[in-house]
Design a protein around this ligand. Structure first.
Ligand code: MN3
Length: 259
């Protein structure tokens, strides 16, 4: 190679290398700019959390939902899975903009960025399970049908309670892999059934396809039913209706309607 050609080639290669490292640094800058960003439509929350997240206690015994949801599943689901979401969330929020946010504020603001991934999964996991334990109750006082304004709204929107059950069951059975089925109150105060993958939920403003306030939800991860139902998810979905705490669901409906 002639000296001149060599110099020219070296120069071009140098420019190329410099350009590529410039592009790389732009990409990295863009990445770090999106990490921990908050949804632009929401102002920073005013309430600040001063203590770590904790596993909430169940208000009923782990065997209390039997025969519909077995004791061992409840022990592992609450004591190990939910505890892990809590521990991982406490770890994930350290040194981020979410470090002292309340759970609802994190869930509303968390983004799809890679940097938010661990927070998204574990804040969702903590929120979803805390909610799930509350909307269930032992079968002696659970199940049946909703009353009050919720019953009226269900009949008006779905035609009947049975039709809502059918829609919800189909949604729950249709989740591919791990996720949740929901009954929500939308922005227009109407009810809708939806699903989310993994630990996402309808309150994640920048993530969910249909934003709403969940009033009923069912965990269809295999860890929620596999010990008792194995691959028969439909049987678990059917059994769930026996342990729904309709009083709690009705309260959540009214709060979402007027709140
Ligand atoms: Mn679960």
């Amino acid at each position: 190679m002639e000296k001149r050609t060599f110099l020219k080639t070296s120069l071009l290669l140098g420019v190329a290398a410099a350009t590529s490292s410039f592009l790389e640094s732009c990409k990295n800058a863009a990445k770090s700019a999106t990490s921990g960003t908050v949804a632009p439509t929401l102002p920073p929350p005013k309430l600040r959390r001063t203590t770590p997240f904790e596993l909430p206690k169940l208000t009923y015994d782990t065997a209390a939902l039997e025969p519909h949801i077995d004791k061992m599943t409840m022990e592992i689901h609450h004591g190990r899975h939910h505890q892990a979401y809590v521990n991982n969330l406490n770890d994930a929020v350290k040194n981020t903009v979410y470090a002292d946010y309340e759970l609802d504020d994190i869930v509303a603001r968390v983004t799809t960025s890679d940097a938010d991934k661990k927070i998204r999964n574990n804040a969702g996991g903590h929120w979803n399970h805390t909610f799930f334990w509350q909307i269930m109750t032992p079968p002696a006082g659970g199940g049946g049908a909703p009353g009050g304004q919720l019953a009226t709204a269900i009949n008006a929107q779905f035609g009947s309670f049975d039709k809502l059950k059918e829609d919800f069951n189909n949604a729950a059975k249709g989740v591919f892999g791990s996720g949740w089925a929901w009954l929500c109150v939308g922005k227009d105060k109407g009810l809708f059934v939806s699903t989310t993958p993994n630990q996402d939920n309808p309150l994640m403003l920048t993530i969910t396809k249909q934003v709403g306030t969940p009033i009923l939800g069912l965990d269809v991860w295999e860890h929620a039913y596999y010990l008792k139902y194995q691959n028969k998810r439909p049987d678990y979905v059917t059994a769930f209706w026996n342990v729904i705490n309709w009083k709690e669901v009705e309260l959540r409906y009214e709060k979402a309607l007027f709140g």
